[in-house]
Design a protein around this ligand. Structure first.
Ligand SMILES: Nc1ncnc2c1ncn2[C@@H]1O[C@H](COP(=O)(O)OP(=O)(O)O)[C@@H](O)[C@H]1O
Ligand code: SF4
Ligand SMILES: [Mg+2]
Length: 332
């Protein structure tokens, strides 16, 4: 008798990166503590790009450095491909860290000015002990061509002989040559002219498809993130206040802070709901003394008493859409 196959449960794939309750604090003298990241959690799946956005000083770079354990977070877990990085000894951690590559804001200062492009781009392969000299040379040429640089014209030159945009292409080549598990881009276009920004964003898009990249993409600019990211986490003063698929987040933001950030983008979708909202005037509160309750309460036009007393938990309001707000915005 032919038995019917058991219906198979669709297995949820393991994320490449799982971050749980990440806390980063910096001690300033005896009394003051900067609460840079206060309990951030997210997951990134194979081939996915997660955006991390929020104003300058909200903790994006601190979170990224903590993910790479440079330095290790004050608390929380970072699990890369099932391995808890905090539980590793130093040499195992060094090995795991090679699975990450980073692209920084300032392309020129992130490249060693004294080295030739061929050496800069080959370095990750040398560090990982990969390939013969001939194999490495081929990979360097291939990746330079992939990022839109002529290998023949670039290999023997040094970073100062290139423009800012071209230097960022070299950084991207260096990051991709070793085919890392995870690429972290920290404000990769913020230091570039607007016209060049679009070229680099397009390049990252192409690279994402070509190399099936898994990326954490950090920016203070929601309009930049929109093009590149599949999902977006919005941070405010050390906490994630909203996390959703890009399309949902831009079309139907539920957190007043996200809505206010989007309202400030002139080319944002005119059909977006709800209506634009403005933040109350005032400085970003200090991370050494964040407001109690919802950290956004001093700038939120919807704040009520409970917002100054009770921290709003991150709750699921729709499929793949979580929000931390006592009074989230609705479509109508
Ligand atoms: N090494 C450090 N020592 C003390 N405070 C820091 C340090 N790095 C960052 N901070 C503070 O932590 C907070 C978050 O900073 P950062 O992670 O750089 O934010 P972002 O990348 O979003 O601009 C800010 O208040 C910043 O001043
Ligand atoms: S919890 Fe209150 S203060 Fe915070 S975003 Fe929501 S309405 Fe505004
Ligand atoms: Mg930063």
């Amino acid at each position: 008798m032919i038995s019917e196959a058991m219906p198979r449960q669709a297995a949820q794939p393991e994320p490449v990166l799982r971050v749980e309750d990440l806390v980063v604090e910096y001690r300033l003298g005896k009394r003051e503590v900067v609460q840079a990241v206060s309990g951030v959690s997210f997951e990134i799946y194979q081939g996915e790009t997660l955006g991390l956005v929020g104003e300058s000083g909200c903790g994006k770079s601190s979170a990224a450095r903590a993910v790479m354990q440079l330095p290790a977070p004050t608390a929380g877990k970072v699990i890369l491909n099932g391995v808890d990085l905090a539980a590793l000894n130093n040499s195992d951690l060094r090995r795991q860290r090679k699975q990450f590559q980073m692209i920084f804001q300032d392309p020129i200062s992130s490249l060693n000015p004294r080295r030739k492009v061929s050496d800069i781009v080959e370095m990750p392969l040398l560090v990982m002990g990969e390939g013969t000299p001939e194999e490495r040379a081929k990979r360097v040429r291939d990746v330079l061509a992939a990022v839109g640089l002529d290998p023949e014209a670039s290999l023997d030159r040094r970073p100062f002989q290139f423009s800012g945009g071209q230097c960022q292409r070299i950084s991207i080549a260096r990051a991709l040559v070793s085919e890392p598990l995870m690429l972290i881009c920290d404000e990769p276009v913020s230091a570039l002219d607007v016209s060049i920004q679009a070229q680099i964003i397009n390049l990252l898009q192409d690279m994402k498809e070509r190399y099936h990249l898994t990326m954490l993409f950090i920016s203070h600019d929601l309009s930049v993130v929109k093009v590149v990211c599949d999902r977006v986490a919005v941070m405010y003063l050390g906490r994630v206040c909203e996390l959703a698929d890009s399309e949902t987040l831009y079309r139907q933001p539920a957190h007043p802070y996200t809505a206010a950030l989007l309202s400030a983008i002139p080319e944002a979708d005119p059909n977006r709901t709800p209506q634009p909202i403005a933040m109350k005037e005032g400085e970003l509160p200090s991370a050494t003394n964040p407001p109690p309750g919802c950290r956004f309460n001093t700038r939120c036009p919807r704040a009520r008493e409970i917002c100054t007393q009770v921290v709003p938990p991150l709750e699921t309001i729709a499929d793949r859409h979580t929000v931390a707000c006592h009074f989230p915005l609705t479509a109508d």
